[in-house]
Design a protein around this ligand. Structure first.
Ligand code: 4AD
Ligand code: MG
Length: 462
């Protein structure tokens, strides 16, 4: 018999008909006359209740049905008398695919902490919480493609293995096939990368932006959506060593256009999740964060505040608040500063612009003042920085000068500079950290809980 997904079973038209469902047992309870099984197949947060009339089944048959077991049930879908459910299945036929020994199956009925589940990341997708998070994550990924495709942006795939450090932070994972215990050396004792796989030092990319700019200055507007890697030793609830980033890049956009796009984009994604993942978001709100839906609606219904870094620093200095990291013009803002501006001062998302050039990457457009660059960071409640971007320096000479000031090796950058040598145009772009968006939309507080298999310092299990 053809299987119906549980998400499709709550359909009044199916009442009275014979159905087949397959899934994993959440719970079983009952007595010697009747047994109730809550079954979930991952298609929805909802379980379907299966009713076993013990006149038709033996105890022996139901014994393997413990939490975590996988089964196939055929029966009649009927209206339910039970509270909180519209229909249930009166079982006629049962097949057990796989048992789950209650002594050793780690996910028993209730009350596992998120920390415990991180240790069981191979099985946690089977919990209600992670089912909900992963469905929201998937929907958001779809919304992102939909948003850009509908706007006529082209999806560009940029390389994961690269020889250039886009952000210039030096936090890259090296890629090599050289034997680490017996490295070939040049005459002056350095590692002889000529013998390495690519004939030069390479690493995993921290950003697809530089190649994204090549795409944008050809196709007009592109976006990337792929994994990026950062070997920074940041053990925080908002940093991963491997995370997914969305990087749109647009020719003929200045920083104001860039900000408009960023605001429209994140609002679209949040709206999409609210419209398409209501059950999951309500579940997460109920169990983890009562204020979640209000917060999402709040972001949708408010314009993001736009102000310069210099104005932001002034507000922080005049706030009278004691920060762990003291504030003065020129510092890289910490999460506590960003959150103060967003959560306490403006009580709205904030886009900060025109940061000091010394704390931002080499490619940003330089302002007339000689001190700041046309950067923009979008700051969110509970998250801090969710987007980082800028208008790009389109002037060949200014860009070259900055590359030289920062001692960035030209042999890595000649191809990038060619965009400014041939048909250069004003252009802009930004990067959205996908997991930070998923964090915001699900109301979770640790970024390790919004990616199936997190990679963080000292953790590459699963
Ligand atoms: O601000 P970042 O470093 O900007 C760039 O990489 C630019 N090349 C983007 C561009 O203009 N095309 O990173 C962009 C975003 C951050 O705002 C943050 O949301 C996220 O990526 N991010 C991280 N997310 C999780 N773990 C980390 N270690 C992250 N580092 C950055
Ligand atoms: Mg940034």
């Amino acid at each position: 018999m053809k299987r119906t997904k549980i998400v499709d079973i709550f359909n009044p038209e199916l009442i009275g008909s014979e159905v087949c469902v397959k899934g994993w047992v959440r719970t079983r309870r009952g007595n010697k006359y009747v047994q109730f099984v809550a079954l979930n197949d991952g298609s929805t947060i909802k379980n379907i209740q299966i009713v076993f009339d013990m006149n038709n089944f033996t105890d022996e048959q139901l014994k393997p049905i413990t939490t975590g077991a996988s089964i196939c049930v055929e029966g009649i879908l009927v209206e339910s008398m039970g509270k909180g459910q519209t229909c249930e299945i009166q079982a006629k036929k049962l097949e057990v695919y796989g048992t789950a020994d209650p002594e050793t199956y780690p996910l028993q009925k209730k009350g596992h902490t998120l920390e415990f589940l991180r240790e069981k990341a191979h099985l946690r997708p089977r919990t209600n919480t992670f089912g909900a998070i992963l469905r929201v994550r998937s929907a958001l990924a779809y919304a992102i493609h939909k948003f850009f495709q509908e706007k006529g942006f082209f999806y560009l795939n940029t390389p994961l293995i690269t020889a250039s450090d886009c952000e210039g932070a030096g936090a890259m994972f090296q890629v090599t096939t050289l034997p680490l215990s017996d490295l070939p050396k040049t005459e002056d004792g350095a590692v002889d990368y000529a013998q390495d796989f690519f004939g030069k030092p390479t690493a995993l990319t921290v950003s697809g932006q530089l190649e994204g700019e090549l795409g944008a200055t050809a196709l007009g507007a592109i976006y990337t959506f792929g994994p990026t890697f950062r070997a920074e030793n940041s053990n925080t609830p908002r940093h991963l060593s491997e995370f997914w980033m969305i990087e749109p890049e647009m020719a003929f956009y200045d920083i104001a256009d860039n900000m408009d796009l960023a605001e429209e984009f994140v609002k679209y994604c949040i709206r999409y999740a609210l419209d398409h993942c209501r059950d999951d978001i309500e579940f997460l709100a109920e169990h983890f964060d009562k204020d979640l839906i209000n917060r999402l609606e709040f972001v949708l219904h408010n314009d993001f505040v736009r102000l310069t870094y210099t104005e932001g620093v002034k507000i922080l200095e005049e706030s009278g608040k004691k920060f762990e990291f003291p504030v003065s013009w020129g510092i890289d803002l910490q999460s506590e500063h960003e959150r103060y501006l967003v959560e306490e001062h403006f009580k709205k998302p904030v886009i900060l612009t025109d940061y000091p050039k010394d704390i931002k990457a080499f490619y940003m457009k330089q302002n007339e003042d000689g001190k700041t660059v046309r950067a923009m960071d979008v700051l969110f409640p509970n998250i801090g920085e969710i987007i980082g971007g800028s208008e790009r320096e389109a002037d060949y000479d200014k860009l070259l000068k900055r590359i030289e000031e920062l001692n960035i090796p030209m042999k890595d950058m000649w191809w990038y500079l060619d965009t400014r040598r041939f048909g250069t145009v004003p252009h802009s772009g930004f990067g959205l950290g996908f997991e930070r968006l998923v964090l915001f939309v699900t109301g979770m507080t640790n970024i390790r809980d919004v990616i199936p298999f997190p990679r963080t310092p000292n953790n590459a299990e699963f």
